[in-house]
Design a protein around this ligand. Structure first.
Ligand code: NAI
Length: 480
């Protein structure tokens, strides 16, 4: 029997961050992982998908933008899919290896195996070499989520895949049917299309990313995706699949009628579910809600006082950076620091082409919260010198502020580097910034960041690089 101060279960971006912080704070810490260090994010999620997106974006630019820039590639570009997937794997391995080093450097003991609660003070860790028991004063459950499987589409991760299988394709599929046009479906569809795959998306709702991101932002991506040749069928509910001699036939319901689409591969991305049915949480008396999320308070404490839960397992939004934020917080709380989870905004990014990123409220959310008078601007990347010089002008920054106070309520970006630009928006919202705070901060030229400054100026009525109505006595002194 081994004893620790803190045992973290799961080594994703929630768990490994928690273990490192616990180590930094001087706790005798252990972390348990049944698969690779870094969890879904580093190994079969965020990081490998970004590697594929980066490579295929470069390919696309070489094929489509290079000739305009006078860069001629003689004889075309061959895609060595096995090598590409190998490189993608090396990126994940490097990151996972980095986590291993960081854990070691912070004196965290790593156990490889499946952790299950025996009591609320003890877990067992089962591995190929046997089972051992571990006791701890505190536990942090960071066991994450897994892809939802739908009836009739059992994952074999070769032909009928979740994101895990799709990320591992070592040959470019000729045809793929993607069920679900959300975050994951669109990221994978975008890069497979750039590799030449014929992509058909079956989306149950009437638009892509419905209710997930600002509708204007989603529309820019939808238009570009459809222009690139991706076929989207709206209002389509996948029902079943049948193996045929040259692939699969997927049957879906469209307005009450059965339709069929032929394909070679099927990707199911209809959401993720928490792993609340695993790790024998019951033995510790940990309360789980009807959807499988562990119930926690604002300090991420479960109903059992010395057991905490962080990341996907304890609720929406199921995003890596929210998990990491909680991972830093919980060991600090255990050490006696008075902290609670009180983020004003959790940014969200969809790595489509162009990228979508958001922080704060949408217009509809602002209205529901009682902000009836809003200032809303949209500043296009086409009016930004850096975007033009990059040949990446699709999209805009949309800024939403309270008309009375000018306090920024929401910033929604669709365009180049939206994923990097959004951090300024997060800081602005966390600091309660007014439009003037952004507009009067000197942004370096020539950068995409100037778009943020101009969007704030536009909301105040006087952006320089778009034509707006002449200033009035009300808008003239807005900076004062
Ligand atoms: P999602 O919830 O984003 O989208 C699922 C889509 O599937 C919805 O549009 C829904 O209408 C549709 N759908 C559901 N059942 C269907 C059916 N039978 N037939 C056709 N369409 C159907 O789910 P997704 O893409 O699997 O992502 C899961 C989670 O993973 C996200 O909520 C997100 O939090 C996280 N994630 C975050 C990423 C990022 O931060 N960039 C990237 C990937 C995932």
């Amino acid at each position: 029997m081994q004893n620790f101060d803190i045992v973290v279960i799961g080594s994703g971006p929630g768990g490994y961050v928690a273990a490192i912080r616990a180590g930094q704070l001087g706790f005798k810490t252990a972390i348990i992982e049944r698969e690779a260090l870094g969890g879904v994010c580093l190994n079969v999620g965020c990081i490998p998908s970004k590697a594929m997106i980066t490579a295929t974006h470069m390919l696309h630019r070489a094929q489509h933008d290079f000739p305009t820039m006078g860069l001629n590639i003689k004889g075309g570009i061959d895609v060595d899919m096995k090598k590409l997937v190998g490189w993608k794997q090396s990126v994940s391995d490097k990151m996972s290896g980095g986590v291993k080093q960081l854990l070691k450097g912070n004196n965290v003991t790593v156990f490889q195996g499946q952790a299950d609660f025996k009591t609320n003070k003890e877990i067992t860790v089962k591995s190929s070499t046997g089972t051992e028991s571990i006791q701890a004063k505190y536990f942090i459950v960071a066991t994450g989520s897994r892809p939802i499987e739908i009836g009739g589409f059992p994952f074999d991760e070769k032909d009928i895949c979740s994101s895990t299988g799709a990320l591992a394709f070592d040959a470019i599929p000729k045809r793929i049917v993607v069920i679900g046009g959300g975050y994951i479906g669109l990221e994978i569809s975008s890069y497979l299309r750039k590799l030449g795959t014929e992509v058909t998306i079956l989306e149950a709702q009437s638009s892509l990313l419905a209710g997930v991101v600002d509708a204007d932002c989603a529309q820019v991506v939808t238009r570009k995706l459809e222009k690139s040749g991706v076929k989207v069928i709206y209002g389509a509910k996948a029902k079943s699949q049948k193996k045929t001699k040259d692939g699969y036939e997927v049957t879906y319901d469209l307005n009450g009628k059965d339709e069929v689409v032929k394909t070679d591969k099927i990707l199911v991305t209809v959401g993720r579910r928490p792993n609340g049915d695993q790790s024998n949480l019951k033995a510790a008396g940990i309360a789980v809600d009807e959807r499988g999320f562990i119930k926690v308070d604002a300090q991420r404490r479960t109903n059992v006082a010395h057991i905490f839960a962080i990341g996907d397992i304890c609720g929406q939004p199921m995003l890596a950076h929210k998990a990491s934020h909680e991972g830093v917080m919980v060991p600090e709380i255990i050490s006696g620091i008075n902290r609670v989870y009180d983020a004003k905004t959790v940014p969200a990014v969809v790595f489509t082409d162009p990228e979508i990123a958001a922080a704060g409220m949408t217009e509809a959310e602002a209205k529901t919260k009682g902000y009836n008078d809003l200032l809303i601007s949209k500043f296009p990347f086409a009016a930004n010198g850096r975007a033009v010089s990059m040949m990446e002008t699709d999209g805009f920054i949309k800024m939403i502020a309270d008309k009375k106070t000018h306090v920024v309520l929401g910033i929604h970006i669709v365009g180049p580097e939206a994923s990097n630009l959004i951090s300024e928006a997060v800081l602005a919202i966390e600091m309660g910034a007014r439009l003037e705070d952004i507009a009067l901060s000197i942004h370096p030229h020539p950068t995409l960041g100037e778009t943020m400054m101009e969007a704030a100026e536009a909301a105040l009525g006087h952006a320089i690089h778009i034509i707006q109505k002449p200033l009035t006595s009300a808008t003239k002194g807005a900076h004062a």
